[in-house]
Design a protein around this ligand. Structure first.
Ligand code: SF4
Ligand code: MG
Length: 335
């Protein structure tokens, strides 16, 4: 199966400037060497604490930011080797749904304008058809036709996120980066939006990169999940496998911090995070997780672990050399 998009060796550093005559005093390593593929029709969940670089990856994939290093390949062609027309194709085929639908919608524009402008600009609809097209979009996301003449403040949070989704759909994308689309919503509304995204995916054969900081929403919607810690992926697996058999200590900590829905899982060992999230300005050496890892050994401070299969040939990947050497000390966890 050919991937729709490939992220290769992706890095993003932001300069930190300081001084009376501002100069660069260091770099924030927002994304620190990330690789993954997105396959057509799948949802890949990307989870991790805020500041771990997941939104930065999403914004780079949607061509809103350029990588410092590494490349993004879409349908076999790197962004950097694309013509202007090739990049225009990216800007229609890859769309974003943002966390806060309120700030991502122009408060001074009626919904009709918000939805019609991109379609007219990119030529996916004509002036004659635009009314019908806007109605069709509103219908797809479950909003009444009379929403067109209203302004964002007249809608609830969930309705505004439906508008955000309609706008993302307006250019007939194949890939949507959903950056914490339900984090700002009431819990009671979250499931409705997740179900809508799921139905749309089926209907329109969409591929999602679904970013979240908690596991609940990500678990609900994802086929595979990548767990990020300080700019790197530390574990990647099928969603089920990740929850049933998390092998990286950070993933174990994330899983045990989430409410446990399965009674059989109740005696699962809990890994509780110790210490503060280190700053990604002064990146720890070796494994970035060593300052908080209950299993850390001396060598963890020295060598940076690679993301490798948990078993030979497995699609379940983890970055922990202690595991790789068959010395996985799972049984001693918090003993
Ligand atoms: Fe913990 Fe060491 Fe594995 Fe990092 S490499 S997760 S510090 S045991
Ligand atoms: Mg974010």
């Amino acid at each position: 199966r050919q991937p729709l998009a490939e992220i290769k060796g992706l890095k993003k550093y932001y300069p930190v400037r300081d001084g009376i005559i501002p100069h660069t005093v260091g770099f924030i390593h927002a994304v620190n060497g990330v690789d993954f593929e997105l396959y057509p029709g799948e949802t890949l969940g990307l989870v991790g604490e805020s500041g771990c670089g997941k939104s930065t990856i999403g914004r780079q994939l949607a061509a809103l930011e350029t990588p410092t290093e590494g490349s993004i390949v879409y349908e076999g062609q790197p962004f950097t080797e694309r013509s202007a027309a090739g990049m225009r194709q990216i800007r229609t085929q890859i769309q974003m749904v943002f966390q806060d639908p309120y700030t991502s919608l122009n408060p001074k524009k009626r919904i009709f304008d918000t939805l019609s402008y991109p379609m007219l600009y990119h030529g996916v609809s004509t002036r004659q058809n635009i009314n019908k097209e806007v109605d069709r979009l509103l219908d797809m996301v479950g909003l009444p036709k009379n929403s067109k003449g209203r302004y964002p403040h007249e809608f609830s949070g969930g309705q505004r996120q439906r508008i955000g989704i309609a706008r993302a759909l307006s250019l007939n994308p194949r890939l949507i980066v959903c950056d914490e689309p339900v984090s700002a919503l009431d819990v009671s509304i979250q499931a409705q939006i997740l179900n809508l995204l799921r139905d749309l995916q089926r209907e329109l054969k969409l591929t999602y990169l679904f970013i979240g900081h908690g596991l609940d929403a990500v678990k609900y919607i994802s086929d595979r999940i990548a767990v990020m810690y300080l700019g790197k992926i530390v574990e990647l697996a099928d969603a089920r496998e990740l929850f049933e058999n998390p092998v990286h200590p950070y993933t174990q900590a994330l899983c045990s911090a989430a409410p446990i829905p399965d009674p059989e899982a109740r005696d699962r060992k809990r890994v509780i995070l110790q210490g503060e999230l280190p700053s990604n300005k002064d990146m720890p050496s070796g494994c970035h997780f060593h300052s908080r890892c209950p299993y850390a050994v001396e060598e963890c401070k020295r060598s940076e672990p690679a993301l490798i299969p948990v078993r030979p040939g497995s699609g379940h990947l983890a970055a922990c050399p202690v595991l790789a050497q068959g010395r996985w000390p799972k049984e001693d966890a918090n003993a």
